[in-house]
Design a protein around this ligand. Sequence first.
Ligand SMILES: NC(=O)C1=CN([C@@H]2O[C@H](COP(=O)(O)OP(=O)(O)OC[C@H]3O[C@@H](n4cnc5c(N)ncnc54)[C@H](OP(=O)(O)O)[C@@H]3O)[C@@H](O)[C@H]2O)C=CC1
Ligand SMILES: Nc1nc(=O)c2c([nH]1)NC[C@@H]1CN(c3ccc(C(=O)N[C@@H](CCC(=O)O)C(=O)O)cc3)C=[N+]21
Length: 296
Amino acid sequence: MAEIIDGRTIAKELRTAVSQQTERLAQVGVKAGLAVILVGDDPASQIYVRNKERAAKKVGVVAETLHYPTTVTQAELLTKIDYLNQNPTVDAILVQSPLPAHINEETIQAAISPAKDVDGFHPENIGRLFAGRNEFYPVANTPRGVMTMLAHEGVSLDGKNAVVIGRSILVGRPMFALLAKAGATVSLLHRGTPSALKRQLVQAADIVVVAAGHPNLLKGEDIKPGAVVIDVGINRMDDGSLVGDVDFQAVSQLASKITPVPGGVGPMTIATLLETTVELAARHHGIELEQGWQNI
Ligand SMILES: NC(=O)C1=CN([C@@H]2O[C@H](COP(=O)(O)OP(=O)(O)OC[C@H]3O[C@@H](n4cnc5c(N)ncnc54)[C@H](OP(=O)(O)O)[C@@H]3O)[C@@H](O)[C@H]2O)C=CC1
Ligand SMILES: Nc1nc(=O)c2c([nH]1)NC[C@@H]1CN(c3ccc(C(=O)N[C@@H](CCC(=O)O)C(=O)O)cc3)C=[N+]21
């Protein structure tokens, strides 16, 4: 039976560390500000926005959500982003994905100032990540939060075989880059991966990160006994319950460690978003945070 990685507890520890940093910023008159743009009513995004606002309050980050109907034009969003880029009280800008089809996500991602790009979506920040650079730059909070969880649980990555299922800019791709930077040999799987190859790669993996958005995508017989399984998926079922992408009952019999849904990666995403917001605010004001303060 796998050990369950408790994302809520680790997120709480991280929020405590973030609160200490917001207090330090407050001593020099700085408040970290986060602006969130939400278009439409995607259910996963709504959960995210609600939990984010609550957590921001707890740690002393000023968060404001701008909610637009799906009919909003790209030009309106670009005008707002330009205003937020120039507003000195805003340290971090997040545009929730998905966006409606008439809005070009790449155009939006490139419009956010790289210094306020809390999701790490700007090509400049993506470039830094894929180059494996060591200076500070924002990295997508879900994969960054997964790395914090793995470190907290003492899971070593150097020389390990890792598989990431899903290749989005939000989760899969940055997860791939972070695991590779940490010394793992990583395979990035997607819908086009032939099923025999997928079976083979997953079966051989020491670490499996699933971020596809399909309940029960990963089944018990798929994994190597003793593998570490990270379930990023958030799926709302007809009865209103929330499940991940992993058949938790079956996979937890074989895995050495596993994250639950809810209570796994989700709370870490939020705490990490606040962590990144505070880091951006500190840089913005030329304040040095202690090295490694975030190592919980
Ligand atoms: N817990 C958290 O904090 C967060 C959770 N999420 C959740 O994680 C999930 C993924 O999110 P996101 O990356 O934005 O989703 P996307 O829909 O953007 O991407 C899904 C990816 O999964 C791949 N995929 C889908 N089905 C399969 C399959 N059967 N086999 C292999 N690959 C498959 C897709 O492949 P292809 O590219 O070929 O289409 C795609 O690359 C969602 O459930 C989302 O709600 C997201 C962010 C944060
Ligand atoms: N630009 C952008 N960045 C994102 O990071 C982003 C996004 N868009 N769009 C939507 C997805 C989804 N996402 C979630 C984050 C936390 C929970 C979360 O808090 N989950 C709790 C839910 C608990 C509950 O309320 O029931 C848990 O898993 O325990 C869920 C989903 C971030 N996303």
